[in-house]
Every structure is written in C-alpha cells, then in structure tokens.
Design a protein around this ligand. Structure first.
Ligand SMILES: C[S@@+](CC[C@H](N)C(=O)[O-])C[C@H]1O[C@@H](n2cnc3c(N)ncnc32)[C@H](O)[C@@H]1O
Length: 276
C-alpha cells in the first residue's frame, strides 16, 4: 500500500481515532510502555529530547508529559490530520514526513528517547531501528511496540484453510492474502523482533508480550475493527483497485468464511531497548 493511500486513510481516521482502542490494544500498550520508561534512569534526566515516530494523536507523549517536566517533544507523522490532533493534546514540534525520512530533519545523536508504537506495518522495523540508532547517543532508549503475525490466529486459520481448495475463488483469495502478507512489514514473532533489535546495535532492557482477547458479534463489528479501528488497514487497499471495491469484495468473502460470534486475540510486543 502506497504512502499517499495510508496518509489519506489516517487523515480520515484522525477525526475519530477511538475505535482503534476498542479492546484496549492502544491504552494497555501505552500503560506498559510508560511503566517501562519510568523505571529507567533516563526518565529522571533534567531535560529530555523525545521523538515519537508515527505519533498519531500523541496519546503516549501526553502520558509522558503528565509524569515528566522539561521534555521537548517532536512528533513525526505522514498524516497532517493526526499531527493536528496531537498538537491539540500537547506542545510538540510536528514533522510532517515519513518516519523513514526523519534523518532529513533531525541531527545524529540529538535525542534521548525514541518511540515507535504501531507503525511497523507501514515502515519496516529495520528502518525504524536504523533511524532510532542514528538519533540516539550511547545509552539512549527506544520504546518499540508492535503487533506481530502471532496475532489473530483464528481469523488467519480460516483464510489459510482456503489455500488447499481448488476453486478459482479460493485461488484468487489466496494470492491476494499472500501478496498483502508479503508487503506487510510487521515482525513474525518475538524471536525475529529480538534478532532485529540486537543486530541493530541495541540491547533489550525490558520486554512484555500481551495477548488481548477480541470478540466480534457480527461481520460489521469485525469490519469496523479492521478499518476504522485501523488493525487491518493494510489489507483494505490494493494499488490496482479502488478501496471501496476491495472493501466490498472482502466483506462478501468474509461473510462466507466466518461464523459469528467470533473470538480471537491480539498479540502485541512491547520493548524498551537501549543503544549500546
Ligand atoms: C496505528 S497509528 C499509531 C499511533 C500512535 N503511535 C499510537 O500508539 O497511538 C499509526 C500512525 O502511524 C502513522 N504513519 C503511517 N505510516 C507512517 C510513516 N511512513 N511515517 C510516519 N508515520 C506514519 C499514521 O498516520 C498513524 O498516525
């Protein structure tokens, strides 16, 4: 999915970002990441330079600013709508660009604490780690939170069952699913995330994995979670087809394979790492 599509989607979502936290995925993650940060010496520094890559509505920066004085916040986001929402919450310098381009705006070793929560689906983890490594001096901290492919096993299992079928429809769906999966850059699991972190010159100082139950009474609820809730945004647009058509086809297809109510879980990795 191209940058301009994601940007447009998030500009729209910025009017109401609440559905993303329907099952506590965001608030629970922020609470754990905040406690990880507060238990490190860095949080006691007299003055802290903080950059949030994919800042969204600055929910996490707000939590930090409620606990720490003397912080200088910078929020980076491709969505101007999200940056406006963030600036309503806290005093922050806004950088309207991709997190992958942050080196064009900020000098090396100028920051104390970097954050990237829930943007690995849009910017590969290795690029985020490279950017964080460049911005931090030795001993600087980085809070990384991401969904992994261990999430939503029941939803995935139903789709993957189709792969063995021989119908044209099953083949089309399988090839669409595989192409989206290949392009989505979230980590497969904890082990692969850990490996990327260590190879990028960081040590893991704190780590927690959470599995949040999710529950859908009907197809409409599942679709709202995926689109307005943002968790399956990357599946809902494909460069050759209009988003509305994709959504219609996906909805029809989901109504064939799922029976409701449906229970599953959202798997989230929350890490605090330190630059070596
Ligand atoms: C799921 S939201 C997470 C927001 C926030 N980090 C949080 O924890 O609530 C993803 C955010 O990343 C932004 N985003 C997507 N692609 C991006 C990119 N390439 N560079 C910077 N921000 C991006 C979106 O506009 C959106 O604000």
């Amino acid at each position: 999915m191209g940058l301009s599509i994601i940007k447009k989607l998030y500009d729209k979502i910025s009017a109401n970002y609440n559905p993303a936290d329907q099952f506590g995925s965001i608030s629970k993650t922020h609470e754990i990441a905040l406690n990880q940060f507060l238990s490190e010496d860095i949080s006691n520094k007299e003055s802290l330079n903080i950059v949030d890559l994919g800042v969204g509505d600055a929910g996490f920066l707000k939590k930090i600013s409620d606990k720490c004085n003397n912080i200088n916040c910078i929020g980076v986001d491709i969505s101007s709508g999200m940056l406006r929402a963030a600036q309503k919450k806290i005093k922050m310098r806004a950088i309207h660009d991709s997190a992958a381009n942050v080196h064009k705006h900020l000098g090396a070793k100028t920051q104390d604490f970097i954050i990237s929560h829930f943007i690995c689906a849009y910017v590969p983890t290795k690029i985020l780690l490279e950017q964080a490594n460049r911005l931090l001096d030795v001993g600087g901290c980085y809070s990384l939170a991401t969904t992994t492919y261990s999430s939503f096993p029941k939803l995935r299992e139903q789709i993957e069952n189709l792969f063995s079928r021989k119908s044209l429809f099953a083949k089309l769906v399988s090839s669409f699913y595989q192409s989206v999966s290949k392009k989505t850059s979230v980590a497969a699991d904890h082990a692969s995330l850990n490996e990327d972190v260590i190879h990028s010159g960081f040590e893991v100082v704190q780590y927690k994995q959470i599995q949040l139950p999710v529950y859908f009474n009907n197809l409409e609820e599942l679709c709202i979670f995926g689109s307005d809730g943002t968790w399956f945004l990357n599946c809902l647009h494909y460069k050759y087809l209009p988003g509305k058509l994709i959504r219609m086809v996906i909805k029809k297809f989901l109504s064939w394979i799922y029976t409701f109510p449906l229970e599953d879980h959202h798997c989230i990795e929350i890490m605090l790492v330190k630059k070596l």
